[in-house]
Design a protein around this ligand. Structure first.
Ligand code: ZN
Length: 320
């Protein structure tokens, strides 16, 4: 490549000089200004001396542009990974979560009045997720759902909606309880709990730091539990705390043994996990940098290649 460019700049030597710049006619023995071959005024245009004559500038430009385009693909393939690694090393990467996550734990009737607890965040399950579409990712606005089943057949649900501050951080949660009774099989639609039945009116907004306590209180209000130390209630509080961390992307999974604590014996079944993924993507993509660098390099090459010009000597030549 460099050889091609060098040869273009160097050009070819004219066989006989001085020569007319229009028709290359050998004019050494000519007297006067007019080229006998083509009628060019040599006194105005000058003559070609002993210099080599570089290839015309427009041809040089075309060759440079052609080389830049043809070589781009292999250059980009070669430098992409090193540049991207460099950028990732300096700037770090975005870590995104997506999918859904569920904590579901069942309890033995002798251990708890509660049959099962479920804490879930549905998230996004769009199959195009893996193609790196940020709008489909796990976001901060997603609600958390709590479902409580009692051994006597009652079922209660609680929807927790995050309240974000100006900086986009979750500072509070709105609690929306829903009750659903197995005694009314004909009507499956959830019934909003009667606010007069509970000491605090719902929906209510609670600080995220005490969300687990408020969920625990919600269980007690709707129970009430005959055993204040009912293990399911504590496991639910721990599950909600853990899910808050997962929701905020400070954790990517929950561990059953941590959630159960000392009440491991009470548990009969569990499902923890989901279609939950953690992905990372670059803070800055190397694409434009690589392209920009290539353009800059080739603009410099183009300028260097275009500088040499055909030099003309004065006519008539002076004789000393
Ligand atoms: Zn001529």
């Amino acid at each position: 490549m460099a050889v091609v460019l060098w040869l273009m700049i160097r050009g070819r030597r004219l066989p006989n000089t001085p020569a007319c710049p229009s028709c290359r006619y050998y004019v050494r023995d000519l007297n006067g200004c007019i080229c006998p071959e083509c009628g060019n005024d040599l006194c105005a245009s000058g003559v070609l001396g002993g210099m080599r004559m570089p290839v015309a500038r427009w041809i040089r430009s075309l060759v440079v542009v052609f080389l830049a385009v043809v070589l781009f693909a292999s250059y980009a393939r070669y430098v992409f990974t090193p540049f991207q690694d460099l950028f990732d090393g300096i700037l770090g990467r975005h870590v995104d979560h997506s999918g859904n996550y569920r904590i579901e734990i069942g309890f033995n009737p002798t251990a708890s009045e509660i049959d099962s607890i479920k804490v879930e965040v549905d998230g996004q399950t769009n199959p195009t997720l893996m193609s790196d579409a940020p709008e489909n990712l796990w976001d901060d606005q997603m609600p958390m759902h709590v479902t409580l089943k009692w051994h006597d057949g009652r079922q209660q649900e609680l929807t927790l909606r995050p309240v974000l501050n100006k900086n986009g951080q979750i500072v509070e949660w709105e609690m929306h309880p829903v009750t659903q009774s197995k005694d009314e099989p004909s009507d499956n639609s959830p019934v909003v709990v009667d606010p007069n039945k509970s000491p605090a009116a719902y929906p209510k907004t609670v600080p995220s730091s005490s969300l687990d306590d408020h969920v625990s209180m919600w269980v007690e209000q709707s129970g009430p539990l005959s055993d204040p130390w009912d293990p399911a209630r504590f496991v639910l509080a721990r599950s909600v705390s853990r899910m808050q961390l997962i929701h905020a992307r400070k954790a990517s999974s929950a561990d059953l043994h941590d959630l159960l604590g000392e009440s491991a014996q009470a548990q009969v079944s569990s499902t923890i996990g989901g279609n939950f993924m953690t992905m990372s993507r670059p803070m800055l993509r190397a694409h434009w940098f690589i392209f920009g660098l290539w353009v800059v390099v080739w603009v410099v090459v183009l300028i260097l290649v275009l500088i040499p010009n055909t030099r003309y000597e004065q006519w008539p030549q002076r004789t000393f």
